[in-house]
Design a protein around this ligand. Structure first.
Ligand code: NAD
Ligand code: ZN
Ligand code: ZN
Length: 373
């Protein structure tokens, strides 16, 4: 390729500082180094976690940065030592890596990998291949899909079939895989069970889809936005509850509706108070509640007795999927019509309108916006 080994200049949406609109800039993307892959991003979803870092987190780490972690694209060139990818391959970059060699990757107890991108990484700057106006621009989550080109580690990349539509399957890079897997892999929803899903964005709707796939007989969808009701039912919810319609705490409402609590609950809103409601909505003797919503600056609490009597409280990162091996299978499941993807996409916009995509999400008007490069 004509660009191999050269710096590529391209458009990206840069987050210069917290709580400020992203601006479209020309950035320089360096060639991939050893065990890295440079790709042309074709499409990317906009996830609440991107918004969270920009507007809801109270720390100002990782700026300036390029956000975006739900993309799909085509390999442009590979660095030395890369054998699993070649130019032209269709790929999905992964914020959750799977090196296949570390203690965590070798265990079937977790989908964590020691090479996961983390905020604690002191080398965040040296690992970035982006510069703009003479400054290093951090690659958020190691992916930075709000850019026409990006460079990722080969252990954080999934090769997908040539026939996969990138402007759809990009959503399997985060939201859909996360919610669906949280129900199937983390909650381990059982056939005939009763479930509750709190928060009906893409992650929550995917959790509803997962509960249905696992054979749940009743799925109660909970959201403070009444407009989410019909979408939730389209994805398999049997009931919709809006906490704003009740004076009493929502956990009491669910307890009464289910004669003692649901078997499984999933929190997909990203709010510590909702996490507690979700836990306390489960049956005291055996309920399992899974935290999926992302919060890393506040504590979550409950009374110990609410766990002592038999509940389990757990979390789910990227739906519990071991990323490199699972994402291609999820893409195939979509192409075989076993899981929904198209139904999550309510808006398609150009990269330049990324701030509008955030507005659509936060006002509850969109489920997912896909940005096309
Ligand atoms: P979204 O903003 O599209 O959806 C959130 C939904 O929660 C909205 O429908 C909103 O109305 C609803 N909500 C807000 N407050 C509520 C309340 N008090 N009670 C009930 N519903 C409420 O977000 P999304 O992109 O679907 O992401 C959901 C969460 O999942 C975010 O916190 C995101 O950061 C997190 N996330 C986690 C992982 C992971 O690996 N664990 C991965 C992706 C996203
Ligand atoms: Zn995400
Ligand atoms: Zn690993």
């Amino acid at each position: 390729m004509a660009t191999t080994g050269k710096v590529i200049k391209c458009k990206a949406a840069v987050a210069w500082e917290p709580k400020k609109l992203l601006t479209i800039e020309e950035i320089e993307v360096a060639p991939p180094q050893a065990h890295e892959v440079r790709l042309k991003v074709v499409a990317t979803g906009v996830c609440h976690s991107d918004y969270y870092v920009l507007y809801e987190d109270i720390r100002d780490y990782a700026f300036p940065c390029v956000l975006g972690h739900e993309g799909a694209g085509i390999v442009e060139s590979v660095g030395p030592g890369v054998t699993r990818f070649k130019p032209g391959d269709k790929v999905i970059p992964l914020f959750a890596s799977q090196c296949g060699e570390c203690l965590l990757c070798l265990s079937d107890k977790t989908n964590q990998c020691v090479k996961n991108w983390t905020l604690a990484d002191k080398d965040m700057k040296s690992k970035s291949r982006f510069t703009c106006k003479g400054k290093v621009i951090i690659q958020f989550m190691g992916t930075s899909t709000f850019s026409e080109y990006t460079v990722v580690s080969e252990v954080a990349l999934a090769k997908i079939p040539d026939s996969a539509p990138l402007e759809k399957v990009c959503l399997l890079g985060c939201g859909i895989s996360t919610g669906y897997g949280a129900a199937i892999n983390s909650a381990k929803v059982q056939p005939g069970s009763t479930c509750a899903v709190f928060g009906l964005g893409a992650v929550g709707l995917a959790a509803v889809m997962g509960c249905q796939a696992a054979g749940a007989s009743r799925i109660i969808a909970v959201d403070i936005n009444k407009d989410k009701s019909s979408k939730a039912k389209e994805f398999g919810a049997t009931d919709f509850v809006n906490p704003k319609d009740y004076k009493k705490p929502i956990q009491e409402v669910l307890m009464e509706m289910t004669d003692g609590g649901v078997d499984f609950s999933l929190e997909c809103a990203g709010n510590v108070d909702v996490m507690r409601c979700a836990l306390e909505s489960t049956r005291r003797a055996w309920g399992v509640s899974v935290i999926v919503g992302w919060v890393d600056v506040k504590d979550v609490s409950t009374k110990p007795v609410d766990l002592i009597c038999g509940r389990t409280w757990k979390g789910s990162y990227f739906g519990g999927w071991k990323s490199v091996q699972s994402v291609p299978k999820l893409v195939s499941d979509y192409m075989d019509k076993k899981i929904k993807v198209d139904e999550f996409i309510t808006h398609t916009l150009p990269l330049e309108k990324v701030n509008e995509a955030f507005d659509l999400m936060i006002t509850g008007k969109s489920i997912r916006t896909v940005l096309k490069m």
